[in-house]
Design a protein around this ligand. Sequence first.
Ligand code: CO8
Length: 257
Amino acid sequence: MSEKLIEVVENAGIVRLTISRPKALNALNSDVLAELGSVLSDLEARDDLRAVLITGAGDKSFVAGADIGEMRDKTPEEARAFARQALATFKRLETLPVPTVALVNGFCLGGGCELALACDWAVASDNAIFGQPEVLLGVIPGFGGTQRLPRRVGPAMAIDLVATGRKIDASEALRIGLVNRVMAPAELEAYTEELTKQLSGNGPEAVRGAKQAVHDGLDQDLESALSLETSLFALCFAGKEQKEGMSAFVEKRKPNF
Ligand code: CO8
Protein backbone atom coordinates (compact mmCIF):
# COMPACT_ATOMS: atom_id res chain seq x y z
CA MET A 1 0.00 0.00 0.00
CA SER A 2 1.32 3.48 -0.83
CA GLU A 3 2.26 5.85 2.01
CA LYS A 4 -0.33 8.41 3.00
CA LEU A 5 0.53 11.96 1.96
CA ILE A 6 -1.93 13.41 4.47
CA GLU A 7 -1.91 11.94 7.97
CA VAL A 8 -5.11 12.42 9.93
CA VAL A 9 -5.18 12.31 13.76
CA GLU A 10 -8.24 13.19 15.78
CA ASN A 11 -9.04 14.07 19.38
CA ALA A 12 -12.49 15.21 20.55
CA GLY A 13 -13.52 16.59 17.14
CA ILE A 14 -10.22 18.45 16.68
CA VAL A 15 -8.67 16.99 13.52
CA ARG A 16 -4.99 17.46 12.85
CA LEU A 17 -3.81 17.02 9.26
CA THR A 18 -0.10 16.52 8.56
CA ILE A 19 1.21 16.99 5.04
CA SER A 20 3.74 14.23 4.76
CA ARG A 21 6.40 14.49 2.05
CA PRO A 22 9.31 15.37 4.33
CA LYS A 23 12.02 14.47 1.78
CA ALA A 24 10.69 17.29 -0.45
CA LEU A 25 10.05 19.57 2.55
CA ASN A 26 6.33 18.76 2.10
CA ALA A 27 6.12 20.50 -1.28
CA LEU A 28 2.63 20.39 -2.76
CA ASN A 29 2.35 18.22 -5.86
CA SER A 30 -0.90 17.18 -7.53
CA ASP A 31 -1.07 13.93 -5.51
CA VAL A 32 -0.82 15.84 -2.20
CA LEU A 33 -3.49 18.29 -3.36
CA ALA A 34 -5.79 15.47 -4.49
CA GLU A 35 -5.44 13.62 -1.16
CA LEU A 36 -5.92 16.81 0.84
CA GLY A 37 -9.05 17.61 -1.20
CA SER A 38 -10.47 14.16 -0.52
CA VAL A 39 -9.78 14.36 3.25
CA LEU A 40 -11.39 17.82 3.40
CA SER A 41 -14.43 16.61 1.49
CA ASP A 42 -14.96 13.90 4.16
CA LEU A 43 -14.59 16.48 6.94
CA GLU A 44 -17.08 18.92 5.36
CA ALA A 45 -19.92 16.51 6.02
CA ARG A 46 -19.26 16.03 9.74
CA ASP A 47 -21.48 17.64 12.41
CA ASP A 48 -19.13 16.67 15.25
CA LEU A 49 -16.11 18.53 13.86
CA ARG A 50 -14.73 21.25 16.20
CA ALA A 51 -11.57 22.49 14.47
CA VAL A 52 -9.02 21.50 11.86
CA LEU A 53 -5.29 22.01 12.35
CA ILE A 54 -2.83 21.62 9.51
CA THR A 55 0.93 21.16 9.75
CA GLY A 56 3.91 19.66 7.94
CA ALA A 57 5.78 16.45 8.73
CA GLY A 58 9.25 16.67 10.24
CA ASP A 59 10.90 19.45 12.16
CA LYS A 60 12.13 21.55 9.24
CA SER A 61 9.23 22.54 7.06
CA PHE A 62 5.53 23.32 7.06
CA VAL A 63 5.33 23.38 3.24
CA ALA A 64 8.21 24.68 1.06
CA GLY A 65 5.91 25.59 -1.82
CA ALA A 66 4.32 24.05 -4.85
CA ASP A 67 6.43 21.25 -6.32
CA ILE A 68 8.94 22.97 -8.60
CA GLY A 69 9.99 19.75 -10.35
CA GLU A 70 6.37 19.00 -11.26
CA MET A 71 5.78 22.56 -12.51
CA ARG A 72 8.97 23.00 -14.53
CA ASP A 73 7.76 21.62 -17.89
CA LYS A 74 4.11 22.62 -17.67
CA THR A 75 2.38 24.42 -20.55
CA PRO A 76 0.23 27.47 -19.68
CA GLU A 77 -2.91 25.28 -19.80
CA GLU A 78 -1.37 22.67 -17.50
CA ALA A 79 -0.21 25.43 -15.13
CA ARG A 80 -3.76 26.82 -15.09
CA ALA A 81 -5.17 23.37 -14.25
CA PHE A 82 -2.62 22.91 -11.44
CA ALA A 83 -3.41 26.34 -9.98
CA ARG A 84 -7.15 25.59 -10.18
CA GLN A 85 -6.68 22.28 -8.38
CA ALA A 86 -4.87 24.09 -5.55
CA LEU A 87 -7.37 26.94 -5.41
CA ALA A 88 -10.31 24.51 -5.20
CA THR A 89 -8.58 22.55 -2.42
CA PHE A 90 -7.70 25.70 -0.44
CA LYS A 91 -11.27 26.97 -0.87
CA ARG A 92 -12.52 23.74 0.72
CA LEU A 93 -10.23 24.38 3.69
CA GLU A 94 -11.20 28.04 3.94
CA THR A 95 -14.93 27.31 3.88
CA LEU A 96 -14.95 24.49 6.44
CA PRO A 97 -17.58 25.58 8.99
CA VAL A 98 -15.16 25.24 11.95
CA PRO A 99 -11.97 27.15 12.83
CA THR A 100 -8.91 26.13 10.84
CA VAL A 101 -5.40 26.76 12.11
CA ALA A 102 -2.02 26.45 10.38
CA LEU A 103 0.67 25.14 12.76
CA VAL A 104 3.71 26.47 10.91
CA ASN A 105 6.69 24.37 11.98
CA GLY A 106 9.42 25.61 9.61
CA PHE A 107 9.61 26.72 5.95
CA CYS A 108 6.36 28.29 4.84
CA LEU A 109 7.12 29.42 1.30
CA GLY A 110 5.16 30.04 -1.88
CA GLY A 111 2.25 27.60 -1.99
CA GLY A 112 2.92 26.82 1.69
CA CYS A 113 2.34 30.43 2.68
CA GLU A 114 -0.76 30.43 0.47
CA LEU A 115 -2.00 27.31 2.28
CA ALA A 116 -1.49 29.00 5.65
CA LEU A 117 -3.40 32.04 4.35
CA ALA A 118 -6.38 29.82 3.54
CA CYS A 119 -6.60 28.95 7.27
CA ASP A 120 -8.46 31.18 9.75
CA TRP A 121 -5.28 31.83 11.67
CA ALA A 122 -1.70 30.66 11.95
CA VAL A 123 0.68 30.00 14.81
CA ALA A 124 4.36 29.53 14.10
CA SER A 125 7.44 28.06 15.69
CA ASP A 126 10.14 30.66 16.28
CA ASN A 127 12.33 29.08 13.56
CA ALA A 128 9.65 29.41 10.85
CA ILE A 129 10.51 31.23 7.62
CA PHE A 130 7.84 32.80 5.45
CA GLY A 131 7.88 34.18 1.93
CA GLN A 132 6.38 34.31 -1.53
CA PRO A 133 9.58 33.65 -3.54
CA GLU A 134 7.81 32.91 -6.86
CA VAL A 135 9.41 35.85 -8.72
CA LEU A 136 12.80 34.20 -8.11
CA LEU A 137 11.47 31.33 -10.25
CA GLY A 138 10.03 33.58 -12.95
CA VAL A 139 6.38 33.28 -11.90
CA ILE A 140 3.90 34.99 -9.59
CA PRO A 141 2.04 33.34 -6.71
CA GLY A 142 -0.65 31.16 -8.27
CA PHE A 143 -2.32 29.50 -5.28
CA GLY A 144 -4.06 32.67 -4.03
CA GLY A 145 -1.11 34.61 -2.60
CA THR A 146 -1.66 37.82 -4.56
CA GLN A 147 -5.23 37.97 -3.22
CA ARG A 148 -5.23 36.47 0.29
CA LEU A 149 -1.90 37.99 1.38
CA PRO A 150 -3.01 41.65 0.88
CA ARG A 151 -6.28 40.86 2.64
CA ARG A 152 -4.28 39.56 5.65
CA VAL A 153 -1.36 42.02 5.83
CA GLY A 154 -2.42 44.97 3.64
CA PRO A 155 -1.48 45.71 0.03
CA ALA A 156 1.82 47.56 0.65
CA MET A 157 3.37 44.75 2.69
CA ALA A 158 1.95 42.12 0.30
CA ILE A 159 3.50 43.79 -2.76
CA ASP A 160 6.78 44.19 -0.87
CA LEU A 161 6.86 40.42 -0.20
CA VAL A 162 5.56 39.29 -3.58
CA ALA A 163 7.73 41.64 -5.69
CA THR A 164 11.00 41.09 -3.81
CA GLY A 165 10.50 37.41 -2.97
CA ARG A 166 12.31 38.13 0.31
CA LYS A 167 11.98 35.72 3.20
CA ILE A 168 10.89 36.89 6.64
CA ASP A 169 11.32 35.28 10.04
CA ALA A 170 8.56 34.42 12.50
CA SER A 171 8.91 37.66 14.48
CA GLU A 172 8.36 39.77 11.35
CA ALA A 173 5.45 37.52 10.35
CA LEU A 174 3.94 38.22 13.78
CA ARG A 175 4.53 41.96 13.50
CA ILE A 176 2.78 42.22 10.10
CA GLY A 177 -0.16 40.04 11.18
CA LEU A 178 0.63 37.04 9.00
CA VAL A 179 0.62 34.84 12.12
CA ASN A 180 -1.21 35.23 15.45
CA ARG A 181 1.37 33.74 17.80
CA VAL A 182 4.97 32.57 17.79
CA MET A 183 6.30 29.93 20.15
CA ALA A 184 9.17 27.48 20.63
CA PRO A 185 8.81 24.40 18.35
CA ALA A 186 8.05 22.11 21.30
CA GLU A 187 5.21 24.40 22.40
CA LEU A 188 3.19 23.78 19.23
CA GLU A 189 2.02 20.50 20.80
CA ALA A 190 0.95 22.24 24.00
CA TYR A 191 -0.87 24.85 21.88
CA THR A 192 -2.88 22.06 20.22
CA GLU A 193 -3.89 20.74 23.62
CA GLU A 194 -4.78 24.19 24.89
CA LEU A 195 -6.92 24.86 21.81
CA THR A 196 -8.66 21.48 22.16
CA LYS A 197 -9.48 22.33 25.78
CA GLN A 198 -10.72 25.84 24.94
CA LEU A 199 -12.87 24.81 22.01
CA SER A 200 -14.37 21.81 23.76
CA GLY A 201 -15.64 24.17 26.48
CA ASN A 202 -17.49 26.35 23.94
CA GLY A 203 -20.84 25.88 22.23
CA PRO A 204 -19.94 24.24 18.90
CA GLU A 205 -22.83 25.85 17.02
CA ALA A 206 -21.87 29.27 18.41
CA VAL A 207 -18.27 28.81 17.24
CA ARG A 208 -19.51 27.87 13.75
CA GLY A 209 -21.85 30.87 13.74
CA ALA A 210 -19.04 33.22 14.76
CA LYS A 211 -16.84 31.96 11.92
CA GLN A 212 -19.67 32.24 9.42
CA ALA A 213 -20.44 35.82 10.50
CA VAL A 214 -16.81 36.92 10.08
CA HIS A 215 -16.27 35.16 6.73
CA ASP A 216 -19.58 36.00 5.06
CA GLY A 217 -19.57 39.54 6.45
CA LEU A 218 -16.19 40.36 4.92
CA ASP A 219 -17.70 40.01 1.44
CA GLN A 220 -20.47 42.52 2.20
CA ASP A 221 -20.84 46.24 2.96
CA LEU A 222 -20.97 47.07 6.69
CA GLU A 223 -24.75 47.56 6.91
CA SER A 224 -25.48 44.21 5.24
CA ALA A 225 -22.79 42.51 7.32
CA LEU A 226 -24.25 43.86 10.58
CA SER A 227 -27.66 42.65 9.49
CA LEU A 228 -26.15 39.21 8.81
CA GLU A 229 -24.68 39.26 12.33
CA THR A 230 -28.11 40.08 13.80
CA SER A 231 -29.69 37.15 11.95
CA LEU A 232 -27.01 34.71 13.09
CA PHE A 233 -27.16 36.09 16.66
CA ALA A 234 -30.96 35.65 16.77
CA LEU A 235 -30.60 32.13 15.39
CA CYS A 236 -28.53 31.18 18.46
CA PHE A 237 -31.70 31.64 20.53
CA ALA A 238 -33.44 28.92 18.52
CA GLY A 239 -30.97 26.26 19.65
CA LYS A 240 -30.14 24.46 22.90
CA GLU A 241 -26.71 26.02 23.38
CA GLN A 242 -27.93 29.50 24.30
CA LYS A 243 -30.34 28.10 26.92
CA GLU A 244 -27.62 25.89 28.41
CA GLY A 245 -24.89 28.57 28.30
CA MET A 246 -26.98 31.29 29.94
CA SER A 247 -28.66 28.92 32.45
CA ALA A 248 -25.21 27.67 33.49
CA PHE A 249 -24.06 31.26 34.13
CA VAL A 250 -27.14 32.08 36.18
CA GLU A 251 -26.90 28.78 38.12
CA LYS A 252 -23.15 29.32 38.72
CA ARG A 253 -22.05 26.06 37.07
CA LYS A 254 -20.11 25.05 33.98
CA PRO A 255 -22.15 24.74 30.78
CA ASN A 256 -22.50 21.31 29.26
CA PHE A 257 -22.63 21.80 25.49
N1 CO8 B 1 9.41 21.78 -4.79
C1 CO8 B 1 10.03 20.60 -4.95
N2 CO8 B 1 11.02 20.14 -4.16
C2 CO8 B 1 11.42 20.95 -3.16
C3 CO8 B 1 10.83 22.20 -2.93
C4 CO8 B 1 9.77 22.62 -3.78
N3 CO8 B 1 9.10 23.78 -3.62
N4 CO8 B 1 11.45 22.77 -1.87
C5 CO8 B 1 12.39 21.90 -1.46
N5 CO8 B 1 12.38 20.80 -2.23
C6 CO8 B 1 13.24 19.62 -2.13
C7 CO8 B 1 14.64 19.91 -2.66
O1 CO8 B 1 14.68 19.81 -4.06
C8 CO8 B 1 15.46 18.85 -1.95
O2 CO8 B 1 15.25 17.62 -2.62
P1 CO8 B 1 16.54 16.64 -2.89
O3 CO8 B 1 17.00 16.25 -1.52
O4 CO8 B 1 15.93 15.50 -3.65
O5 CO8 B 1 17.53 17.43 -3.65
C9 CO8 B 1 14.75 18.72 -0.59
O6 CO8 B 1 13.45 19.29 -0.76
C10 CO8 B 1 15.47 19.50 0.51
O7 CO8 B 1 15.63 20.84 0.06
P2 CO8 B 1 17.04 21.61 0.09
O8 CO8 B 1 18.17 20.63 -0.06
O9 CO8 B 1 16.95 22.73 -0.90
O10 CO8 B 1 17.00 22.15 1.60
P3 CO8 B 1 17.72 23.46 2.17
O11 CO8 B 1 17.59 23.38 3.63
O12 CO8 B 1 19.07 23.65 1.58
O13 CO8 B 1 16.81 24.67 1.60
C11 CO8 B 1 14.73 25.81 1.12
C12 CO8 B 1 15.47 24.79 2.02
C13 CO8 B 1 15.31 27.20 1.34
C14 CO8 B 1 13.25 25.78 1.52
C15 CO8 B 1 14.92 25.41 -0.36
O14 CO8 B 1 14.58 24.03 -0.51
C16 CO8 B 1 14.07 26.19 -1.32
O15 CO8 B 1 14.38 27.32 -1.63
N6 CO8 B 1 12.94 25.58 -1.80
C17 CO8 B 1 12.07 26.21 -2.75
C18 CO8 B 1 11.23 27.26 -2.10
C19 CO8 B 1 10.35 27.94 -3.12
O16 CO8 B 1 10.82 28.57 -4.05
N7 CO8 B 1 9.04 27.79 -2.97
C20 CO8 B 1 8.07 28.35 -3.88
C21 CO8 B 1 7.77 27.38 -4.96
S1 CO8 B 1 6.77 28.08 -6.22
C22 CO8 B 1 5.23 28.08 -5.60
O17 CO8 B 1 4.95 27.65 -4.52
C23 CO8 B 1 4.24 28.66 -6.55
C24 CO8 B 1 2.80 28.36 -6.21
C25 CO8 B 1 1.94 28.79 -7.35
C26 CO8 B 1 2.11 27.89 -8.52
C27 CO8 B 1 1.23 28.26 -9.62
C28 CO8 B 1 0.66 27.04 -10.36
C29 CO8 B 1 1.24 26.72 -11.62
